[in-house]
Design a protein around this ligand. Structure first.
Ligand code: SF4
Length: 505
């Protein structure tokens, strides 16, 4: 089924190349590096196992969980089918309540809009520091807004605890919900000691690595920042088209401070975060907290609609970011990736993510959802993006865990076909196709297959020459891709041989 989107005939452009959506290396190369970090794997295994257990317990408490998932899926499909119309409805509702809506085609345009707005707001306070506070926003991580602020002489302070740890560690996030999941508390203490010059003054008895003490250190530092901030930048979990209401859900209360204390609030949101009506929030506010943090309800749900004289920010701007999303929407088989509510449940159950961590994906969206969303946003133009749909065992755990039933394995297969077509002339792909054609030719005739099986005994000889009789650690040609990352067991004999010797008896 194709949907008329009322768009020009020219295909929508991909995300801009400066976006944080692709790494410099292909996934296998990047993963080979992270797999050697034992500490990282221990940290990830501990964190994902804990969150998985919590999620499973609270999901089991809800008798109509599957019905809720089906409702979430249907609502998202309906939203995507009439996205242009709903976005215009949202714009009208926000404007009617005193907000200003800006449309950004790509990351650069979004950054330019936000930096200009923040700069103008700060100019009204020449005595104040050139700084802004941010509540966790994946859209601004995607556009690399902090770099744009830095270039304009404005300091951006992340206020989400995990984001703060990543920022102070001069690091990149590696998880959608817990960007610092790859750090343990000993490492976090070292970062705080190194990067917080006033930590001795705040903790004269010494900073320990107790989670409570570390959280308190961050809180004391952030409180001072909140009280002097004039401008805040936020993301949005949901935007309600009928009322123009934006919503952020979070656990620490830092978002609530950002959304209420400063005079100017600028929200940057991907165009897919819409829900049609207020009543639809009921479904997503049940699905999200249980799937993400394993909580029955998230501690803070903030909602705001335009501006209210004398209460909260008196200037509100909403920046609607496309950056490749129209392109994803135009693909009827891939567009379900836009249904994602960023709960991270698929990351926590993924055996590939658990071993490699998020940095190997090279994108702000790691794990199974990143493997389908990032290459769709950028196009499978290079090794880095074309390798992502292959970063999966296709076990299907991500689909089972997804609260809005995104069929990630099917989209992965669809993306793999696109990647293969886009790189059909590459040497490796030509060799792979030749290999597959040879296998098909062998399988078409039992005599050829028998001959090939006899020849495979040569593998045992090759293995002995390589110094280990039971497996091959190196193969030439296309087989190299296999042995580069794992050993190939030497076949002990064919099924036919076994059947002739023992199977008949
Ligand atoms: S794809 Fe589904 S499980 Fe994964 S983050 Fe998005 S909503 Fe959550």
């Amino acid at each position: 089924m194709t949907t008329f989107l009322g768009m020009p005939a020219a295909p929508p452009p991909p995300a801009s190349s400066g976006s944080h959506l692709r790494g410099t290396d292909s996934f296998p190369h990047a993963a080979a590096r992270t797999l050697t970090d034992d500490q990282l794997r221990r940290n990830l295994a501990h964190a994902t196992t804990t969150i998985r257990g919590k999620r499973a317990r609270v999901v089991a408490e809800v008798p109509d969980w599957e019905e809720l998932r089906l409702a979430g899926e249907a609502l998202k499909a309906d939203t995507m089918a009439r996205l242009p119309e709903l976005l215009e409805q949202l714009e009208a509702a926000v404007t009617a309540r005193g907000g200003v809506v800006h449309w950004a085609r790509d990351a650069e345009e979004a950054n330019r809009i936000v930096v200009d707005l923040a700069g103008a707001a700060l100019d009204r306070h020449p005595q104040a520091a050139r700084e802004v506070v941010k509540v966790k926003s994946m859209a601004t991580q995607e556009t690399r807004l902090n770099d744009a602020f830095e270039a304009a002489g404005i300091t951006a302070h992340e206020t989400d605890l995990a984001e703060l740890i990543v920022q102070l560690g001069h690091d990149e996030g590696s998880h959608i919900l817990v960007p610092a999941i790859h750090r343990n508390r000993r490492e976090i203490r070292e970062i705080f000691l190194r990067e917080m010059p006033d930590v001795d003054e705040l903790f004269p008895e010494g900073l320990t690595d107790e989670p409570r003490v570390l959280a308190e250190a961050a809180r004391l530092r952030l409180r001072r920042t909140f009280l002097r901030a004039k401008v805040a930048i936020s993301g949005a979990n949901f935007a309600v088209a009928e009322t123009g209401t934006l919503s952020v859900v979070e656990s620490e209360g830092n978002g609530r401070m950002c959304l209420t204390l400063p005079e100017t609030l600028i929200t940057v949101m991907g165009v897919e975060k819409l829900v049609p009506t207020w009543a639809d929030l009921e479904v997503f506010l049940q699905l999200l907290p249980r799937s993400s943090t394993g909580e029955r309800m998230n501690p803070y749900t903030s909602m705001w609609t335009g501006v209210t004289p004398g209460d909260g920010p008196q200037e509100f701007h909403l920046v609607l970011l496309d950056n490749g999303r129209s392109r994803v929407l135009a693909d009827p088989r891939g567009r379900a990736a836009l249904h994602c509510i960023r709960c991270s449940a698929c990351l926590n159950v993924c055996p590939v993510y658990e071993r490699t961590g998020g940095h190997a994906y090279g994108s702000v969206y790691p794990g199974p959802i990143g493997a389908v969303l990032s290459p769709q946003l950028t196009g499978v133009t290079d090794d880095a993006s074309a390798s992502l749909p292959f970063a999966s065992s296709l076990c299907g755990a991500c689909f089972d865990a997804c609260p809005v039933r995104i069929d990630i394995p099917s989209i992965l297969v669809h993306m793999r076909a696109q990647a293969v077509d886009a790189h059909a002339r590459d040497v490796d792909h030509v060799a792979e196709r030749a290999g597959m054609a040879t296998v098909a030719w062998l399988f078409r005739d039992p005599r050829r297959l028998r001959l090939a099986q006899r020849l495979s005994r040569l593998a045992g000889l090759l293995a002995r020459l390589q110094g280990h009789p039971r497996h091959l650690s190196w193969l030439p040609g296309p087989g190299r891709s296999w042995t580069r990352t794992r050993d190939l067991p030497v076949p002990r004999g064919s099924f036919r041989d076994w059947w002739e010797k023992e199977g008949r008896s």
